[in-house]
Unconditional design. Structure first.
Length: 54
């Protein structure tokens, strides 16, 4: 999370549902980012970002 934030990534893709792609934790990550002057991150699973039809 820290590397993505400090390198201005807008999206993280992960299958790690227990620690990273966890509904309750995403707002906490983004809260820390905003307090420290970084942008918010979108955190998604590969299934949410891959378009298999194109």
């Amino acid at each position: 999370m820290a590397l993505a934030s400090t390198n201005h990534c807008r999206l993280i893709v992960s299958w790690n549902f227990k620690h990273i792609v966890h509904f309750d934790k995403i707002p906490l990550y983004n809260g820390v980012n905003l307090v420290n002057g970084y942008d918010t991150l979108s955190i998604n699973t590969p299934a949410e970002v891959i378009d298999y039809e194109n």
